[in-house]
Every structure is written in structure tokens, then in C-alpha cells.
Ligand binder design. Structure first.
Ligand code: HEC
Ligand code: HEC
Length: 377
């Protein structure tokens, strides 16, 4: 669904917030409220309770356990298998590139490169988004072209610039390794042919659903612990809502739910928005969708730079300033940019602790790796 700028919900302004207080003309009451506010250390006339209430209406904390996936029930054997596959470079033709190469679980779930490097050392066209909390996105990829994580997982295995493999070849590799055959059997009990490309994707999907990052300081705040955010960060949160960032970046993942033009008000320059990548237009072939991208999820954003689908922006402050200009038509002041950025750093949650899996050895019948040349395909 596309939303034009005019469809963005009206944004509650700061003056709006204090309206509620001024309806009470009793000066004693106002004084009491002011004293109370200064006592609990919240300045700028924004009442802590109001800020928390307002935030609770727009954002939800990351749950503490992995969500269930429709039509793909989880079980411990499936999660174990999914983890092995996520880390197994033999899903790639070269036997060198695993999901974890570009979605490094020790680095915020991405590769921190401008754009990813895949098979043949070819540089791909887009920045890798984090695999953490991806389960909460309405659809996968910057342009939403995969409907869920299962559909998504089949993409990179086959993509020429990523793992460059073929489904039959992947199945052949997995079937050549007895430990994998046994693990697929346990993960998909009662199935006639459990080792399949489809089941590979299903197992990876349930593993990815465990890659969630609860307990961010912002989530503690949403849970009622106001002191989890500093004054500066609370100011940033208030600005994030007042300025209108949260009209696109909201919900559990602070984004990942809807599509908007990059440059609702003002297109960023070609350096940041390369003309060759028209985003959702390639998916829907509708003119309205040119340069439309999914509102990026902002969870763990401090860990996942560089920013934007082009990966051209290395500073989070700069990314915030660009968003103000391009999506809201506002030149944010330096202190505003700093406060919003400070708030965004509170979205870093507990990183998943993943124990590196022991992968079973290849056998004589496992297809040999393809040698990578230095030439990009
Ligand atoms: C060579 C690097 C590379 C490899 C290997 C790779 N990915 Fe990705 N991944 C990317 C890039 C780049 C994107 C964004 C592509 C786009 O939007 O067009 C992406 C997107 C994703 C997304 C979507 C996240 C979101 O918010 O939309 C998920 C989930 C994901 N990859 C999981 C995986 C899994 C699972 C594997 C292994 C089967 C894998 N990736 C292998 C680079 C890689
Ligand atoms: C009209 C919707 C909209 C509004 C309003 C908006 N954004 Fe965005 N935001 C997006 C979209 C779409 C993207 C993805 C852009 C791209 O293609 O790289 C994005 C990307 C980002 C990114 C980069 C994420 C990443 O992983 O690289 C940050 C940071 C961000 N927005 C912060 C903000 C802030 C702060 C505000 C308010 C000043 C804001 N946004 C306002 C839609 C919006």
C-alpha cells in the first residue's frame, strides 16, 4: 500500500500536549503539576506520563520469546536445523558464503558494508538489512518483494551476486551428508521426503524467528520504567513523534510495515538515492511506486550502519537529518538531530546469544565447491 504525504496521519504537536493541562484554569493545580514535573526531572513542559502514554499508542515492545509462524510450526529440532543451515557456507556454490556472512549475528545481524559482497566477490546493488527482528516486518527486502522469511530465504541462495546456487544442487549437497538427512527427518517428522529446498527455507525461517532483540531501554520505558531513558533521549522520543517520524516508523519494529517514496517531500541527491534502483517499481511496475521503499525498521539502528538501501550514509545523525528533509520537508536543527539520534540508540536490544553450530562433514558424494573468480557476474 502506498501512502502519499497527505495520507500521513496528523501529528500531535507539543502545544497540543499542553492543551490538556491548560483546560484546568486552577492556578494551584498548574503550580502543583509544574512542581511535580520538576521533581521527577522532566523539563520542556512535556509531562512524563503523557510522553509514555503517547509512545504506548504508537510503539510496541519486542516480545521476549520467538513469535509463532503461520503454516510453519516451530520445534526444537527445526530451530537447530535452521541454525545449522544459516551458518553453513555449503548452501552457496563456492562453499564460502553463508547467510551469516552478510547477516552476521555478532554484528547486529548485518555486514556493516555499503552494499553486500557475494559470489565472485561481486558487489551487490543494496545494503544488507539486519536479519534481527525481521520476522516482525510485513514483507521482506527494501522493496517488500518477498512475502515472508520462508520466501525470502530462497532468494539469496539462488541470487547470482549472493550464494549463486541451484535448489537441486542444495538438495544434493544436503542429501549427501547423513547428519543432515537425520536432522531434516527429526525436524519434519512424518514427511516422505524431508530433505527439500522448501524445508530448508522453513527451517531457516523458524531459526530467524528466534533472532529477536527484546529489552531495549526503549522497551523498558514502554514497560513503565521512565528512568530507562535520559532527559535527552526522552526529548528525542518526543521529537520523533511530534515531527512525524513515527507516522512511518511505528509498531513493534519502528517501521517495516508500509511503503513510501524515499523523498516524499524532497528527493535526496543521486549520491544517496541512485537513479538505477527504483525500489518497489520493479515489483509492481506501477509508476506511483517509483523510488518507493519500505519504511526501514529502526530496531538496533545504532548497530546496522551504513544507512539507506544504498548504504551511502555512514553517520546516523546524517541519516536523521536527511529523513527530516526528504520525508518531512523540515530542516531539523543540530540539537533536534542530536536528541532524535540519542533516542534511536535506545532501540538497541539484548542481542541474541547464538552458539556457533558444529556442522557435519561433507562426504565423497557432496558436490565440490565452484571456484570464485575475481570477475563479477
Ligand atoms: C551476499 C550477501 C548476502 C547473503 C549471503 C545473504 N543475504 Fe540476506 N540480504 C542481503 C541483502 C543485500 C539484502 C537486501 C536485498 C534487497 O532488499 O533487495 C538481504 C535481505 C535479507 C532479509 C530481509 C530483511 C528485511 O528487513 O527485509 C533477510 C531476512 C535475509 N536477507 C536473510 C538471509 C538468509 C536467511 C540468508 C541465507 C539463506 C541470506 N539472507 C543470505 C545480503 C545477503
Ligand atoms: C513518509 C515516511 C517516512 C517518514 C515520515 C520518515 N521516514 Fe525514515 N524511512 C522511510 C523510508 C521509506 C526509509 C527507507 C529509505 C531507503 O530506501 O533507504 C527510511 C529510512 C530511515 C532510516 C535508515 C534506516 C536504515 O536501516 O538504513 C532512518 C535512520 C530513518 N528512516 C529515520 C527517520 C527519522 C528520524 C524520521 C523523522 C525525522 C523519519 N525517518 C521519517 C520512511 C519515512
Amino acid at each position: 500500500m502506498i501512502q502519499s504525504a497527505s495520507a500521513i496521519p496528523h501529528v500531535v504537536s507539543a502545544s497540543h500536549l499542553s492543551d490538556a493541562g491548560s483546560r484546568f484554569v486552577n492556578p494551584v493545580r498548574i503550580l502543583t503539576l509544574a512542581t511535580l514535573l520538576s521533581l521527577i526531572g522532566i523539563g520542556e513542559g512535556v509531562a512524563g506520563a503523557d510522553l509514555l502514554e503517547q509512545a504506548r499508542q504508537q510503539f510496541k515492545p519486542i516480545p521476549t520469546s520467538a513469535p509463532e509462524i503461520k503454516n510453519n510450526p516451530s520445534n526444537p529440532d527445526k530451530v537447530t536445523l535452521g541454525k545449522m543451515l544459516f551458518f553453513d557456507p555449503r548452501l552457496s556454490a563456492s562453499h564460502l558464503i553463508s547467510c551469516n556472512t552478510c547477516h552476521n549475528v555478532g554484528m547486529g545481524g548485518d555486514d556493516n558494508l555499503e552494499t553486500s559482497v557475494g559470489h565472485g566477490w561481486a558487489k551487490g546493488p543494496r545494503n544488507a538489512p539486519t536479519a534481527f527482528n525481521a520476522v516482525f516486518n510485513v514483507a521482506q527486502f527494501w522493496d517488500g518483494r518477498a512475502e515472508d522469511l520462508k520466501a525470502q530465504a530462497k532468494g539469496p541462495v539462488q541470487a547470482g551476486v549472493e550464494m549463486n546456487n541451484k535448489p537441486e544442487q542444495v538438495e544434493k549437497s544436503l542429501r549427501s551428508i547423513p547428519e543432515y538427512v537425520a536432522q531434516f527427518g527429526k525436524a519434519f517428522p512424518g514427511e516422505k521426503e524431508p530433505v527439500s529446498f522448501d524445508n530448508m527455507a522453513k527451517a531457516i525461517e523458524v531459526f530467524e524467528a528466534t533472532l529477536i532483540t527484546p529489552n531495549a531501554r526503549f522497551d523498558q520505558f514502554l514497560g513503565g520504567k521512565r528512568e530507562a531513558l535520559t532527559d535527552e533521549e526522552q526529548k528525542g522520543l518526543a521529537l520523533f513523534m511530534e515531527k512525524g517520524c513515527s507516522s512511518c516508523h511505528n509498531g513493534v519494529n519502528m517501521g517495516g510495515q508500509d511503503y513510501y517514496p524515499f523523498g516524499v517531500v524532497e528527493k535526496p541527491g543521486a549520491e544517496i538515492l541512485p537513479p538505477g534502483d527504483q525500489g518497489r517499481f520493479a515489483v509492481t511496475k506501477t509508476a506511483n511506486d517509483s523510488y518507493v521503499f519500505r519504511a526501514a525498521p529502526l530496531r538496533n539502528i545504532a548497530l546496522t550502519g551504513p544507512y539507506f538501501h544504498s548504504g551511502k550514509v555512514w553517520s546516523l545523525e546524517q541519516a536523521v537529518a536527511i529523513m527530516g528533509q526528504s520525508q518531512l520537508g523540515q530542516k531539523l536543527t543540530d540539537p533536534e538531530v542530536k536528541s532524535i539520534t540519542a533516542f534511536l540508540t535506545t532501540l538497541t536490544g539484548d542481542q541474541p546469544k547464538v552458539e556457533y553450530p558444529i556442522l557435519p562433514a561433507s562426504t565423497g558424494s557432496t558436490p565440490k565447491p565452484v571456484t570464485m573468480t575475481s570477475e563479477a557476474k
